[in-house]
Design a protein around this ligand. Structure first.
Ligand SMILES: [Zn+2]
Length: 290
């Protein structure tokens, strides 16, 4: 079934076509966006969700687009909601940043660490607690370093870019040059502040400037965030402004030009998230995160 929405491309079932044969699907749990890039060799899936059931749901939903098996997976970063479903997509190769692979390999090698990670997720998201026992950690086997990589799958070129530290130290941005689409992972979230608990608030604005540069050109670029609605260049600009404000508040707090209450009052984000971000900024300024 194909229906049109004003100002948007066709929808195919629950998938939104954000560029030529490039789709995004928004899942209710964590308001997450999953990508599907169609190629002659089969679909390339971006991120694999949080549970075995979630991953199988993606695999079933892909059949609205194609009956070919998955050609490859790309993990945007190591967080559970982007990689816990990995194993269900085998035997497809899985691409990811080297540090993403190392983090997941660490819990393969140390089941106690995996149990601790799952317990943390279960505590925060009781709804999926029962399903986490089935998660098999499965790291990317095709790794990309800080220099990035251009790969070709089924006649389509995909640019995997590490643009700097931000949401984590292993965020990959995926550009589909023949479709004017950029997948940003959780470097950007639309409609909510990003999660900053593993973040690098001082680097994040610079990294986001590099994303903004990918949206330049005569053709509007669709920007698919890790969570929230698909955006455009203006969405990246708004996010950049907020991230710059947070980095600036962190620097002024460290220099004792303002106190914490003033910083929180000036922050564009809710106090709990702003406080966590400022703590990470101070840790960065103290050299604790290097
Ligand atoms: Zn994340």
């Amino acid at each position: 079934m194909v229906e049109m929405e004003a100002g948007m491309r066709a929808r195919t079932g629950g998938w939104q076509e954000v560029g030529e044969r490039v789709f995004a699907r928004r899942y209710r749990f964590l308001d997450q966006e999953i990508g599907a890039i169609l190629t002659a060799a089969g679909p390339v899936v971006i991120d694999t969700r949080s549970t075995v059931g979630h991953a199988r749901e993606v695999l079933a939903d892909l059949r609205e687009l194609t009956h070919q098996p998955v050609a490859a997976v790309i993990d945007t970063h190591h967080h559970f909601d982007h990689t816990y479903g990995n194993h269900e997509f085998r035997p497809a190769p899985i691409w990811g940043h080297l540090r993403c692979a190392q983090r997941i390999q660490h819990v393969v090698d140390d089941p106690a660490a995996h149990a601790a990670n799952r317990a943390e997720v279960a505590e925060e998201y009781p709804r999926i607690a029962d399903e986490l026992a089935d998660v098999v950690p499965d790291p990317p086997d095709r790794t990309v370093g800080d220099e990035g990589a251009d790969i070709e799958i089924g006649g389509r070129r995909l640019e995997l870019r590490w643009l700097g530290r931000g949401h984590t130290d292993n965020d990959l941005v995926i550009r589909v040059p023949d479709a004017s689409v950029v997948f940003t992972g959780d470097l950007l979230e639309n409609g909510a502040p990003p999660w900053t608990g593993d973040g690098y608030p001082l680097d994040w604005p610079v990294t986001t400037e590099a994303i903004l540069a990918l949206t330049l050109g005569p053709v509007p670029v669709a920007v698919v965030p890790g969570h929230g609605a698909v955006g455009d260049r203006a969405f990246v600009e708004r996010s950049l402004a907020e991230l710059r404000t947070m980095a600036d508040l962190g620097r002024r707090l460290e220099a004792q030009e303002i106190d914490l209450a003033e910083a929180l009052a000036a922050a564009p984000w809710p106090a709990d998230i702003a406080r966590e971000t400022l703590e990470r900024a101070l840790a960065q300024l103290n050299g604790d995160l290097d």
